[in-house]
Every structure is written in structure tokens, then in C-alpha cells.
Design a protein around this ligand. Structure first.
Ligand SMILES: [Ca+2]
Length: 375
């Protein structure tokens, strides 16, 4: 510990002198780069998703079908096991978990034995799942084993958002991204408790359009594997995995009325895809990167709203499954004003989890669960 303290002090001193050099060389002071470390807190079997639970502890989903609670001593025994009901073929498995506001209900998103995307609900009482209350909220058949999406989150409006990929294969062979008559290639918004099996909020953007599915919130997505809402502003951020050239982050403000067209499969990032024409209503990504060294499959994260790493406050933290480096974006009014590299590696980063106190956990499909800590 002493060595660590001393080296931290040395690094701090070096950083200070570099800052001073910069300050002398130029009139402005460079923005402080957050000093962070990744601390391994547990190992899981293929952790795929997570959510902050009723007592502040994080619940971790394992892709093969189990859910465990992360405590000080590591992971609990499974509090849920649906491993007999799912497979991990392709990109399948237990892919998302979410708690309703006030922790009244718990939702899971998984592919069933036929590969059909399934959202199920459980009541939560006294911090525990009530398995006898399980019911299926929504299902969507999947034509291929990849691009299932599967992330689920409650928005600041209290509605459940569900991300589905374009159905898979490659190049969106069925044109699902731009087809408003399918739930594939979309971000959905539903009220899971408002009806049986669910209700559509009356102000969803396509409710009055008889040629469009009412559940759709936004469209033109290829494989929106991970998305999040900024706990500070309510803005929406989507990490949409590219076909073979461009990885992208999509953004919508908290006061969006929905209906955004993020372009796929006419566009890949800011670029026409296979001779596609840019739709007139295309909402371009707030950020894109190519595959010349930064990775090959974006993993969307969270805007950091914790307190442990002051210099990271308000930055969007994300990574890439193939690269594993944690990177940051500062986004102001829908524009990226700064890009950063935290200089730490999370492995095969498959997901981020935002704890109840705003701190971030990083899941690697290889098993490591890291907490992002100040250096
Ligand atoms: Ca796009």
C-alpha cells in the first residue's frame, strides 16, 4: 500500500508539472484528464448486464441465464436461474435486466430456446424476487442468432425502453432498420404495468400512424446493444454497433418527442451504406469511429454521475468489445466538445452497470467485474 501511495504521489507530481508546463506554454489550461483505475471486485460466468438493486447493491446477469447480487464478499448464489430456458448460441442468452422505479418490479430480457426475444416481469417484495409472479410482457421473433439487441432500461419518464437489433445476418437483408412495421432495428417505449400484457404510452411518436408499430420510440438502429439515460439530464445515449466500418453513439435530448431515425441501413454512421441514400430525417450519430485501431464493436456506457472521480463528472464513458479501452465523450447540446481516453483496459467489455450511487462497473464477457475507481 505504501508503494502504491508513493507512486500515486509521484504520478500526481508529474502530472502537476506537466500541467504547469502547458499553462506556461499556452494561455489556457488543458482539461484535467481523470486519473482512474479498474479494480476487480468479482468474477462471474459470462456477465452480460446489470442493474442497481433495491438496497443499492448491483444485480449481475450472466448470459447463460443466472442473476446474482454483487456484495462486499463477491457474488451471491443465483437469485434467478432461467438457464434451462435460454441458450448462448450466437449473440443469444440473458441479455438485459432492469428494475422499475421504486424497485417494485424486475424485468429480464433474454432469447428463449427458439431464439425469440422475450421480456419477462417479476414482482419484487422486501428486496426479493417473487418467482410466482412471473409473466411475459413482450416477445419478438428473431430471424437470425445475431443482432438481438436486448438491453432494457426505464427512462426518467417511468416507461420501459427496449432495444432490438435489425434481426441479424449482415447488411439488414430484410430492410428492418427503416421499416416502421417491425419492432426489429428499433428502440421501443412501453408501459409494462399499464395493460395486459402492456400498454403503449399515448404520446409515443407513431401512435397515429397506422402503418407503423405503436411501440416504436426511435428507429434506424442496427444493433443497439447497450443504451442508457443520463441520470443527471435524462438525455438518451445509444451505442449502435456498425456493420464493418463505423461504430456509432447516438444521442437524443431528454425533451425528445421520439421518432428519431438513426439511419441504418441506409446509413452506417455518417456514411451511406452500400449505395444507400441519406434519409431526409436522418439523425446522425453524435460520435463515430472507424476500425483502424479503436475496436470493432461499440459498447455503450453511461454518463458518469458518481462522486468518487470528480474530473469524470458529466463525461460519457464507453468502450469497445474488441478493444477494451475505456473512452469518454463530453457532450454539450448534442455536440461532442471533448474526447478522452481513460488509459485503462476492461477486457472484452460487454456492458457497463451504473450503481445506485452513480459509480460504474465494467463487465467483461471473460468474467471480470471491475469497478471504476479514482487512481
Ligand atoms: Ca446510425
Amino acid at each position: 500500500m505504501k508503494v502504491r501511495t508513493r507512486s500515486s504521489a509521484i504520478i500526481g507530481a508529474l502530472f502537476l508539472s506537466v500541467s504547469l508546463t502547458f499553462a506556461t506554454a499556452s494561455a489556457g489550461e488543458p482539461p484535467a484528464q481523470p486519473q482512474v483505475v479498474l479494480t476487480e471486485v468479482a468474477r462471474a460466468q459470462g456477465p452480460s448486464a446489470g442493474a442497481a438493486g433495491p438496497d443499492g447493491r448491483v444485480w449481475i446477469a450472466e448470459r447463460a441465464g443466472t442473476v446474482r447480487i454483487l456484495g462486499d464478499g463477491g457474488l451471491s448464489d443465483p437469485v434467478l436461474d432461467i438457464s434451462a430456458e435460454t441458450t448462448t448460441d450466437g449473440e443469444r442468452g440473458l441479455l438485459g435486466v432492469a428494475f422499475a422505479p421504486e424497485f417494485t418490479h424486475f424485468y429480464i430480457s433474454y432469447t428463449d430456446l427458439e431464439g425469440t426475444s422475450t421480456i419477462d416481469e417479476f414482482a419484487v417484495e422486501d428486496g426479493e424476487l417473487r418467482p410466482d409472479t412471473r409473466r411475459t410482457v413482450l416477445t419478438q421473433e428473431q430471424p437470425y442468432a445475431n443482432h438481438n439487441g436486448g438491453d432494457i432500461k426505464f427512462g426518467p419518464d417511468g416507461y420501459l425502453y427496449i432495444a432490438f437489433g435489425d434481426g441479424g445476418s449482415g447488411g439488414d437483408p430484410h430492410g428492418n432498420g427503416q421499416n416502421l412495421d417491425t419492432l426489429l432495428g428499433k428502440l421501443l417505449r412501453i408501459d409494462p404495468r399499464g395493460g395486459e400484457p402492456y400498454a403503449v404510452p399515448a404520446d409515443n411518436p407513431f401512435v397515429a400512424d397506422e402503418n407503423a408499430r405503436d411501440e416504436i420510440w426511435s428507429y434506424g438502429l442496427r444493433n443497439p446493444w447497450r443504451f442508457s439515460f443520463d441520470a443527471g439530464t435524462g438525455d438518451l445515449l445509444i451505442g449502435d454497433v456498425g456493420q464493418s466500418e463505423w461504430e456509432e453513439i447516438d444521442w437524443a435530448p431528454a425533451d425528445s418527442k421520439g421518432g428519431e431515425n438513426y439511419g441504418w441501413s441506409s446509413m452506417e454512421g455518417n456514411h451511406p451504406f452500400r449505395g444507400g441514400t441519406e434519409p431526409a430525417n436522418h439523425v446522425p450519430p453524435v460520435h463515430e469511429y472507424d476500425r483502424s485501431g479503436l475496436g470493432c464493436s461499440v459498447t455503450g456506457g453511461f454518463v458518469y454521475r458518481g462522486e468518487a472521480i470528480e474530473a469524470l463528472a458529466g463525461s460519457y464513458v464507453y468502450s469497445d468489445y474488441c478493444d477494451g479501452t475505456l473512452r469518454t465523450l463530453k457532450i454539450e447540446n448534442g455536440e461532442v466538445t471533448a474526447e478522452g481516453d481513460l488509459g485503462v483496459q476492461g477486457g472484452e467489455v460487454i456492458s457497463f452497470v451504473e450503481a445506485g450511487d452513480g459509480e460504474l462497473y465494467v463487465l467483461s464477457i471473460g468474467g471480470q467485474i471491475h469497478r471504476l475507481n479514482p487512481a
